[in-house]
Design a protein. Structure first.
Length: 110
């Protein structure tokens, strides 16, 4: 393992920050801990933090071995992940088309 440079640490931190997206999880946490007091709310937060840490740690340690055991090359895994992200992005940009909106000549009831 080579030397760790400050820009590498910053890159890894930003990557984890984007993946975990704490800003987007705030509404979920607020909804989950709505009826709880402060102590219980903190307990829920630390429990979620612990589970997320263990899942990330598992895939950091065993992810490469898991891919090798399943005989999946890293390039294929990266391509599949890219396609999933592309489909999510297209769905976000184009929106969801409902069955009623897809049928021409139909008007919504007023």
């Amino acid at each position: 393992m080579g030397a760790i440079f400050p820009n590498d640490v910053l890159y890894e931190f930003v990557t984890l920050f984007v993946v975990l997206d704490p800003i987007a999880t705030l509404p979920v946490f607020t909804a989950v801990s709505a009826g709880l007091n402060r102590r219980q709310s903190l307990l829920v937060a630390f429990y979620a933090l612990g589970v997320a840490f263990l899942v990330l740690l598992f895939f950091i340690v065993a992810g490469q071995h898991l891919l090798e055991a399943l005989k999946i090359p890293m390039a294929s895994f990266q391509l599949a992940g890219s396609l999933v992200l592309l489909l999510f992005g297209l769905k976000m940009v184009l929106g969801k088309i409902t069955e009623e909106a897809a049928r021409p000549g139909r008007r919504a009831a007023a």
